[in-house]
Design a protein. Structure first.
Length: 239
């Protein structure tokens, strides 16, 4: 009689892939050899940490990395970087720009989830989409026609393929005023991960949907109540 069972363990340095294992057993003068496949896959982080970034509040009151404004087709050269309210309205040609600069996670961190919390001041019956921006826009200069002094969008309203990505990274629906949390999808998580890996690529997001006729407004980074300002929350696993 012989007991059956085999225990294997790997380390963090074990390369992923498929291995062929050969086991030879001998007992009672009989030798038997068996081969089988073993697949090693990458495991997720065992411990995660959640951190938020909100001007004047999180992770400390010293954080001031948020940038926001909105673009307005009816006022193509106007900049709203100092407005206490950010507007989005499809049929009126308004779209919001948001970015959290100077947020850092430990080198090698893996982002597992990300959310954006906005304090809605004017609700909407529609759904607006979030897209990654490709231009390094300036809060104090961005307008319907340009993203910085002397720099024009490829297409006004940041609608060109050189202005924004085509993939939706999240959606926002806000049927009532007050806080609303946007959960970024897999593409959104990958976007935040790219900001962690290469901070210079962090151009933030644009919120837009030209088919929606009911506008949305939310408190900006200039809001007098700090807890109402836009907040980015990231959950990550340390290396």
């Amino acid at each position: 009689t012989c007991a059956t069972g085999l225990s294997l363990s790997t380390t963090a340095s074990t390369p992923t892939g498929t291995y062929t294992l050969t086991v030879t057993g001998t007992g009672g003068g009989v030798t038997k050899t068996t081969s089988f496949g073993l697949t090693v896959t990458a495991g997720g982080p065992t411990t995660t940490t959640t951190v938020s970034f909100q001007d004047g509040v999180l992770p400390t009151s010293a954080y001031a990395g948020t940038r926001d404004t909105y673009l307005d087709r009816s006022a193509p050269s106007m900049n709203y970087g100092n407005s206490t309210t950010v507007w989005v309205d499809g049929d009126d040609g308004k779209s919001a720009l948001l970015r959290w600069k100077s947020f850092t996670l430990p080198a090698g961190s893996t982002v597992t989830s990300a959310t954006i919390t906005l304090t809605v001041t004017d609700s909407t019956s529609g759904t607006y989409n979030l897209y990654a921006l490709k231009r390094d826009w300036w809060q104090d200069y961005a307008s319907w026609t340009s993203y910085g002094p002397g720099y024009s969008w490829e297409v006004p309203g940041a609608q060109g393929t050189s202005d924004r990505e085509a993939t939706v990274v999240g959606t926002v629906t806000a049927p009532a005023t007050g806080p609303v949390t946007i959960t970024l999808n897999a593409a959104g998580i990958a976007l935040v991960q790219s900001w962690v890996n290469s901070p210079s690529t962090n151009n933030g997001i644009i919120i837009d949907n030209p088919t929606v006729t009911d506008g949305l407004a939310f408190a900006s980074r200039e809001a007098s109540t700090a807890s109402n300002r836009p907040k980015l929350t990231v959950t990550y696993g340390a290396p």
